[in-house]
Design a binder for this molecule. Structure first.
Ligand code: MG
Length: 282
């Protein structure tokens, strides 16, 4: 429809993304069936997964070189590295230690061509008051990490949580605004589980993030387990519509548990089928 038609119908005219969105399914390292590194990567490739999410911290230094070799010639990409972080300490030297801890990890991630390092700026009740924490994160701690990430070819990825876990960053649009304020090297992600508690619309939240969205976590929406185990609650179609609107081509990565005694492989394959069907519907 042309713009005159859109005025007539009262509906907005949307510009399709330059490249269409793609569903790139991903698993976190510990959830992938298999003991050895190659077994895990083989499982992902054999079952149509496109990406792998790895631990942050010491694991990167212990396993990074081996992973780089094991990834050679594969179709997989390394999505994010995930682990704890906190930049809300009252004491400046503790915030500084947190920055110092992550700088060398970003260098390893850059070498692995990883999408980036997931960062939660604050947990629980932050030590610093909100305005001070935001300012310090956007102009100092987060800014320096983002600049270092960009220099090494990767990014930091801000993760909004839910209010029980942090009161500081709960919504994707807020994270996207911080990413905009920080500038190059900073992006945001959306976790369907947290979003189900904090957002009014999965689609709206993803559209707010736009090109700054670099990663997505997914879980079942009643019990935070593998998608599919919570029946009709596990509906991601509205969110996937948002991802399609913004031309999202990053990973959609399982971050959730497994029912006790369950066949993990069977549930993972069931999840992949469910998410592919819902992506096609979206
Ligand atoms: Mg998450």
């Amino acid at each position: 429809m042309n713009s005159r038609d859109s005025v007539k119908t009262g509906m907005p005219k949307l510009t399709p993304p330059e490249k269409p969105a793609a569903l790139n399914l991903c698993l976190q390292w510990r959830a992938i069936p298999g003991e050895e590194m190659d077994q895990k990567l083989d499982f992902l490739e054999a079952n149509g997964f496109a990406a792998v999410e790895i631990p942050s911290g010491q694991w990167l230094f212990d396993e990074g070189d081996r992973l780089k070799d094991a990834m050679a010639g594969r179709k997989l990409f390394i999505a994010t590295a995930c682990g704890p972080s906190d930049f809300s300490y009252v004491e400046a030297e503790k915030r500084e230690a947190e920055v110092a801890k992550f700088l060398p990890q970003l260098e390893v991630l850059g070498g692995l061509k990883s999408v980036g390092l997931i960062i939660c700026p604050a947990r629980k009740n932050p030590g610093l008051p909100f305005p001070e924490l935001r300012e310090d994160f956007v102009t100092n701690t987060g800014k320096r990490l983002a600049e270092h990430a960009a220099k090494h070819g990767t990014r930091i990825v801000l993760e909004p949580l839910q209010r029980a876990e942090t009161k500081f960053l709960r919504q994707v649009a807020d994270g996207a605004t911080m990413a905009r304020d920080i500038g190059p090297g900073c992006t945001v992600m959306g976790d369907f589980w947290h979003m189900s508690k904090e957002e009014t619309s999965f689609m709206g939240a993803f559209v707010s993030a736009g090109k700054r969205l670099s990663h997505v976590h997914v879980a079942s929406l009643t019990n935070r387990k593998v998608p599919g185990v919570d029946g009709p609650a596990d509906n991601y179609v509205d969110g996937f519509q948002g991802l399609k609107l913004i031309g999202y081509r990053g990973a959609v990565s399982l971050e959730g548990g497994f029912p006790e005694g369950a066949d993990r492989t069977e549930l993972i394959l069931n999840m992949a089928k469910l998410l592919r069907e819902q992506w096609a519907t979206a």
